[in-house]
Design a protein around this ligand. Structure first.
Ligand code: UN1
Length: 507
């Protein structure tokens, strides 16, 4: 079955593809080792300049054909892709868990996000609506329509190695665009698997070669895409530093970028909160994916009246966390992605202590049986001040910062007082403070939840954030509009030529 095909990497060495075909490349080899057990998974070659050019040529030609397929026909292709991901959910979920290190539950959840966005995109393929307007001129009709844009570049991060690609690609495809995907060098096999999973659908439906391209590679390949005028839209997920470089390069050539960058997400826990719910939301938000989601809960802002009891609950809950092989359902969290991430975690803890933080749950790197990869760390909690440099910075690891507040206005100020603006939450049963938090004077983030944590967004909403998070919106709602070009059309069915604004012009 298709499920088998997807994960047979024994002889797979190519990292560049135009859909069903894989291209020989002389680029550097990227090897993938699992952070779960340190074992080698496979290796692929990255794109070199020649294969990159070959891909872009194919993608350009494919676009000219694909944009003429009726949108619902393109939706039908995406529907079949959704079916292929359903058939491969368990296998792909396991691979995501093994190559990236997140728990199997979360690996499966990530594949479910692909399936969900496919369903969403299928419906969307019959709803790429424009508006009609009333013209001020007699016998004139005005309307707007959305046309396919061209090649959409997708740069994705290791932490969601497959879902973020699908948020972009599935929408882009129903919109009539073609995609060139540069996945993270840290999770190449997940990308190879996705490409194999959809290959059967592309082949069976004679989708033009070049509609779904893969270009494995590092920073250099990202730079080629950023500078490439053939890429009208570049969607990039990752660090703020990477996003800034991409944003500047794309802006220089007047392209569009869709940036989804760092978060520094807080949960405000009111004295009116259901404390058990608050605890669950905070712990899952902080340790899920071992603190490597862009939506991870990094800060807890707790009302002074319940601060001590919340602190005790947190310490107790952290004592119950099981860390180990993420494919074992008994474990809550697995490893960090690699040893560099472990170094980042260790140095953030040291910096936090230097700045005056007090750890109420100590961190540390785990050693011994089951932890041989050197990537397993203990989730930890520190009492801090919001202004510490380390607190203002996004460290991609399970370090939770705990702070106290007196008034709701102060809590909202603290929540907003960071450079990032992705996700936020308030736990409360008080309607007034909930509404204040959601109001224009409340959270400044792209996502603001009440009585639900900062992570785990559904695909139906627009996903993204403000400030250093980059401002882009992916996934649901009307995020599709960025993948298309808007055209305003005026049609004159009169026998004369009346001018707008009442201007007269006679010869
Ligand atoms: C990311 O970390 O880049 O809301 C994406 C969430 C997931 C997606 C996170 N649905 O946590």
């Amino acid at each position: 079955m298709e499920g088998q095909r997807a994960f047979d990497f024994k002889n797979h060495t190519h990292g560049v593809s135009t859909g069903t075909q894989w291209l020989e490349s002389k680029g550097l080899t990227i090897a993938s080792h699992s952070p779960v057990d340190g074992k080698y998974i496979g290796a692929v070659t990255s794109a070199d300049k020649a294969t990159y050019e070959a891909v872009m040529t194919k993608a350009t030609a494919a676009f000219h054909e694909w944009r003429q397929w009726p949108a619902p026909r393109r939706g039908e292709i995406v529907r079949q892709m959704g079916e292929a991901f359903r058939a491969n959910k368990t296998e792909l979920g396991k691979l995501v868990s093994y190559e990236m290190g997140k728990s199997l539950q979360e690996g499966l959840g990530e594949v479910q996000e692909i399936i969900d966005i496919c369903d969403f995109a299928v419906g969307l393929s019959r709803q790429l609506y424009g508006l009609t307007m009333h013209s001020e001129r007699p016998s004139h009709r005005m309307y707007e329509q959305y046309h396919p844009l061209g090649i959409v570049g997708i740069i994705s991060a290791f932490n969601f190695p497959v879902a973020v690609w699908s948020w972009n690609s599935m929408l882009a495809w129903v919109c009539g665009d073609v995609c060139v995907w540069k996945p993270s060098e840290k999770t190449p096999m997940c990308a190879v698997a996705c490409q194999h999973i959809i290959a059967g659908v592309l082949e069976k439906n004679q989708v033009p070669e070049g509609v779904s391209c893969l270009v494995m590679g590092g920073k250099e390949v990202g730079e080629w895409m950023s500078d490439d005028v053939r890429v009208p839209l570049l969607s990039a997920t990752g660090s703020t530093a990477m996003g800034r470089a991409v944003g500047v390069a794309v802006a220089k050539r007047m392209g569009r970028s869709l940036l989804e960058l760092g978060g520094n997400n807080a949960v405000i826990i009111s004295k009116q909160a259901d404390l058990n719910m608050a605890l669950m939301a905070s712990v899952f938000g902080a340790v899920g994916t071992a603190g490597q989601r862009c939506t991870t809960t990094r800060r807890l802002i707790v009302h002074e009246a319940i601060y001590d009891s919340m602190k005790q609950k947190l310490v107790k809950a952290y004592g119950q966390l099981r860390i180990g092989n993420p494919l074992d359902a008994a474990n809550h969290l697995g490893p960090l992605i690699d040893k560099a991430a472990v170094e980042g975690y260790v140095s953030a803890i040291a910096q936090c202590k230097r700045e005056g933080g007090t750890f109420i749950v100590e961190g540390g790197v785990l050693e011994g049986e089951g932890f041989e990869s050197g990537c397993y760390v203990k989730p930890c909690i520190a009492e801090v001040q919001n202004h510490y440099a380390v607190v203002q910075h996004e460290t991609f690891a399970p370090i939770l910062y705990l702070m106290k507040y007196k008034t709701v206005e102060e809590a909202i100020r603290m929540q907003n007082d960071v450079p990032q603006g992705l996700s936020s939450a308030m736990m409360t049963r008080d309607l007034r403070e909930a509404e204040l938090f959601l109001s224009s004077a409340g959270s400044d983030c792209g996502i603001a939840n009440v009585n639900a944590g900062t992570s785990g967004a559904e695909i139906g909403g627009a996903f993204g954030g403000e400030k250093e998070t980059g401002g882009g919106r992916e996934s649901g709602s009307d995020a599709w509009k960025v993948y298309m070009r808007r055209q305003t059309n005026t049609i004159n069915y009169a026998t004369n030529l009346p001018m707008a604004q009442g201007i007269t012009f006679d010869l």
